[in-house]
Design a protein around this ligand. Sequence first.
Ligand SMILES: Nc1ncnc2c1ncn2[C@@H]1O[C@H](COP(=O)(O)OP(=O)(O)OP(=O)(O)O)[C@@H](O)[C@H]1O
Ligand SMILES: [Mg+2]
Length: 553
Amino acid sequence: MPRIRVLESWLADRIAAGEVVERPASVVKELVENALDAKARRITVELEEGGFKLVRVADDGEGMDPEDARLCLRRFATSKITSPEDLRHVSTLGFRGEALPSIAAVSHIEILTSDGEQATRVRAQGGSEPVAEPAAAPRGTVVTVRHLFYNTPARRRFLRSVAREAALCLDAVERHALARPDVAFRTVRDGREVLVLPAEEPRERAARVLGVDPETLLPLEASAQGLRVWGFVGVPHLALRNRSRQYVFANRRPIYSPVIIRAVEEAARTLIFTGHHPLCIVFLELPAGAMDPNVHPRKLEVRFADDRGVFLLVQRAVQAAYRSRPLLRPVPAAPAPLGEATALPRLEVREPEPGDLREPPRRLPPWRLLGQLLRTYVLADSPQGLLVVDQHAAHERVLYEHLLRSCTHHRAAQLLAVPVRVELTASEAAMLPGIADILREVGLEVEPLKGNTVLVRSLPAMPRRASPEALLRACLQEQVWDGASTGRQALERAASVVACHSAIRAGDALSEEEMRTLLESLAACEDPYTCFHGRPTLVMVPPRELEHWFLRR
Ligand SMILES: Nc1ncnc2c1ncn2[C@@H]1O[C@H](COP(=O)(O)OP(=O)(O)OP(=O)(O)O)[C@@H](O)[C@H]1O
Ligand SMILES: [Mg+2]
């Protein structure tokens, strides 16, 4: 006897609802998304008892005519796509026609909607056949969801406290409010207004939602190959121990994106203490088709066609934001005796002062040299904790900035008493004419002889001399020239290769004097926190972390 049966539709709907409507916050999210898709300018969200008793979302969008109002509770009923092609290019937040029927399957739902001409009221309970009647209402839609999960007590028991669920509902509103600063939001919880947001500029909106000073949000901006990243990253002291203040949007859709978060954290690594996470609001705008939104039942994740490209772009934008003015500068605190716990380093944002141009800014707190560890790291005591400096990365940064400064004054070259002949491969020799000018700027003067033989006449003036052959080869093999063999970017590229080859290495023993000079030069760098490759040059182990190791807290 056959055992497989097709489920009755009410049961199928209730199972499907479990996927879409996980908790009250999912209802809030879906209803707000529908309001935004209907081009609302103002949205009001009301919650009672964490959304279990009532979620109501009212909008002033385009509404539905009576026929659509009757249809909208049917599964797979959507006005947003019609063909598989649309699914790839979807620009609305919804596209499945699943949200309303899923919500209706596990609640008492009422929809009052008007397209400005006719108004309709539709009601249904636990997925029952909807009942529609004519009504009177201004243009827009009000969806009221009562007694959520009344017919799925197991789901209800699974959820946490009313307070926790209310917080998650507010989080859902906040995410959409961040995404759409041009829309006004009002949220009322148990009769009290808790979040009132007029339509405003993105930065004001972000600051208001997050409760921070707009000045502490550094703007992000980068684009490449049809992708654009914008948004804000918080100054380092806004970082938290959890990720609750990291927001990511793809084409204004709030998503969870490990790729993007990893890129932000990589870029922020040297500014933020271990175990903390930078505040960020990252908007990724990409052409429809470069992203698949249909990979998660609650549309929380998306798939990018080019993960790597997204990663690099976000990382670049965040790095640039931290480096941009206003400067991030650790506030020098009074030196504290060893062992005394001090507060976390405070970083303040300030405008550059005229003096900055003459006097290099101090980017490190006051320090006292402790010594070398494993012939690789230089350790120093500072009021903000233990300073651990990677000697190679730090030296690389110092030389790199030094070289860029000296080549603007044409002081980068050191003539060789005896020029050195170098035999290149055919492909290396072919690269040379394209980048010879840039190499000369950083002090590496090369003259072609016969065939693939060249003569190196001068080397960059560096404290430690690299082998002419190795240096030239490294420059020629640098993959990143691709045509960009002139201009600032190419110069930076060349300087980075030279710096890398001339820097002290891990394993080199350093004298006290050398370590001291290294730290002093690092402190005077424009950007002391990373080497050119983006690896950190220094890590601060805060007193709190040390206390944690020894269970003092
Ligand atoms: N607030 C609203 N204003 C106007 N029309 C709405 C509103 N809410 C829903 N609709 C209409 O009802 C349809 C069904 O909504 P529903 O949320 O179930 O599906 P969807 O938004 O198309 O897709 P998804 O399941 O991905 O959210 C929508 O396509 C839209 O036409
Ligand atoms: Mg929807």
